[in-house]
Design a protein around this ligand. Structure first.
Ligand SMILES: [Zn+2]
Length: 56
């Protein structure tokens, strides 16, 4: 199950998420980024970091 932690991309944030698929996980991360980090859209370089940080 793919999982992600904000800490893995250097954010001081306790958020972690997992989902059945990477697509679903990206949606959860995007929603969290918007509400907790004020990212209405996730910048491409942050997106690249997130994808690297996702554990399969
Ligand atoms: Zn976070």
């Amino acid at each position: 199950m793919p999982s992600f932690k904000c800490k893995d991309i250097g954010l001081d944030c306790p958020f972690k998420a997992d989902a059945k698929t990477q697509d679903e996980l990206m949606k959860k991360i995007a929603a969290h980024a918007a509400s907790a980090h004020g990212m209405k859209t996730v910048p491409p370089e942050t997106m690249a970091k997130i994808k690297k940080a996702i554990k399969p």
